[in-house]
Structures are given as structure tokens and as C-alpha cells.
Design a protein around this ligand. Structure first.
Ligand SMILES: O=P(O)(O)OC[C@H]1O[C@@H](O)[C@H](O)[C@@H](O)[C@@H]1O
Length: 261
């Protein structure tokens, strides 16, 4: 495990014995880079992304919590992606390098904590080995009143070209993307396959009940300050998500797991 700087952000790089690597910034516990053991970046990161903590990183895997998009009256996509997490632990086990990041209410600036006044402990575990990425988001209620939350791992998968993308497992037949797409699939139980001419990725999720597929398309990308006009052709977001809020009782925990291989 190495402490590095990514853009202007403190970050942790983990490296598995077989050479697979992941880089996670403490800002957002944001996975900004993943290389499989066969080399090559697997995640999209916009050339125009802020990397100084002034706004959410555009690309990688933002952690969405406790609100998805504008489904609530809190911050769009929640505060987790714009909060500074702590590295809690790291190691190497069964050939995988792993790190765990933590966030609780005491880590938030007072105004942010006041806007969502609950006691909680989030843990994000990231592990890599061979051509496999495993992430787990754990949410614990450490307070004495129940709270509702939504969550997602907003994965920006790097693709050679949007036109080559074929997604299976979400609808009958194959989903391809011509331009803007923003679709919620509820109650996703099956494995999802993301195919391009280069490779087929297997996406498996547990605990997260839903999946969101998003690409902004040409017009919305032009309006985004943190994306180059053509960059929408280089990724597709397939996000394991828990959109129906979970009501978490005091002392209880919820976990969502995600495996990409
Ligand atoms: O620009 P943001 O806040 O990162 O959101 C990006 C997108 O995130 C997706 O998950 C949503 O479905 C989209 O509606 C949204 O536009």
C-alpha cells in the first residue's frame, strides 16, 4: 500500500502480487483507477475532472450515499462523494490487495452533518487481484434512531467506443447505446455482461437491489463543465444501486457488494 497524490488529492494505491492495482482518493473514497493484472486502465476519468476537492470527481467509481441523484431534498447524489474519508486498514490476502476506508458523521463539516443529522459509519472495501475488482459498501446505524438511505457505486466503465457497447442481463435481448441514456432497472438479480470488441466484463451485485445505466450523450455532455465534448463516447456507467430507501434501525447494518471481472 502506498500513499500517493492523485491530481492534488491524497490517495492510496494498492498493488496485488500479480500486478493488479487500484488507486482510491481519500476525497470520496473514490476509486479513480483500476488496472487488471493484464495491464491497462479499466475506468474512465474525465480529462476535465476536478482533482482538488472542489467538486465531485468525474469518472472512476463515486460512492453515492445517502441520496441518489435528486430523489430527496439533500445534496444531489449525497455527501459521501464530496467528503474526506479515512484509510482504516489495508493488506494482502489470498493474492488480493485490499483497503478499507471509513466515514462517519464526525468526519463531516458541521453544516453537512447538520443537514443529515444521523449517526452512521460507512466502510468501503476495495480489493483487486488478477482481472477482478471487488467492492463492498457497508452502512451501519450507530445512533439511536432509524434512518433511511439510498446508495450506489456509480461505476464509469472505460470502453473503446460507446457504439461498441453491448449490455446483457438487464433487459430481454441486448442493450446498446446510441446517445443519451438514463435508465433504472429495479430488482436486478442476474449477472450483467458488458461487452465491447475488446473484452466482456462480468458485473455481479449483491445487496444492491437495482442497477442504473447512464450515459449523458452528446448534448448533455456539452453542458457539463467537467467533461470534454467527445468523452461520453468513452464510457458507460452501470451502477449497482439501492434506490428504494433502506430504513436502517439503530445498531443495524446493510451491505452492498459488487464484483467486476
Ligand atoms: O452529474 P452527476 O451529479 O455526477 O450525475 C450524473 C448522473 O448520474 C446518474 O446516476 C443519474 O442517473 C443521472 O441522472 C445523472 O445525470
Amino acid at each position: 500500500m502506498d500513499h500517493i497524490t492523485f491530481g492534488q488529492l491524497p490517495a492510496i494505491r494498492i498493488t496485488a502480487p500479480d500486478g493488479a492495482t487500484a488507486v482510491v482518493t481519500l476525497y470520496g473514497a473514490h476509486l479513480v483507477s483500476w488496472h487488471g493484472a493484464d495491464g491497462g486502465e479499466r475506468l474512465f476519468l474525465s480529462a476535465r475532472s476536478a482533482l482538488d476537492g472542489s467538486r465531485a470527481i468525474r469518472g472512476g467509481v463515486p460512492v453515492i450515499f445517502p441520496q441518489f441523484a435528486e430523489r430527496g431534498d439533500g445534496m444531489r447524489h449525497g455527501f459521501a462523494r464530496v467528503s474526506t474519508w479515512r484509510l482504516e486498514d489495508s493488506g494482502v490476502e489470498d493474492g488480493a490487495a485490499w483497503a478499507v476506508f471509513g466515514l462517519n458523521e464526525a468526519d463531516l463539516p458541521p453544516a453537512m452533518a447538520g443537514a443529515w443529522p444521523h449517526r452512521f459509519a460507512l466502510q468501503l472495501r476495495v480489493a483487486v487481484r488478477a482481472n477482478e475488482l471487488i467492492m463492498a459498501l457497508n452502512v451501519r446505524n450507530t445512533g439511536d434512531a432509524a434512518f433511511p438511505f439510498a446508495a450506489a457505486l456509480h461505476s464509469y466503465h472505460l470502453v473503446p467506443h460507446l457504439a461498441d457497447v453491448r449490455i446483457e442481463g438487464l433487459e430481454a435481448g441486448t442493450l446498446s447505446i446510441a446517445d443519451k441514456l438514463d435508465v433504472v432497472y429495479e430488482q436486478v438479480d442476474d449477472t450483467i455482461f458488458l461487452g465491447t470488441w475488446a473484452r466482456v466484463l462480468t458485473l455481479e451485485q449483491e445487496g444492491f437491489s437495482d442497477a442504473v445505466v447512464w450515459n449523458p450523450g452528446a448534448a448533455d455532455t456539452a453542458a457539463l463543465p467537467d467533461m470534454e465534448d467527445e468523452e461520453y463516447q468513452r464510457f458507460v456507467c452501470i451502477e449497482p444501486a439501492q434506490l428504494t430507501p433502506v430504513q436502517l434501525e439503530p445498531g443495524a447494518a446493510w451491505e452492498g457488494r459488487y464484483r467486476v471481472s
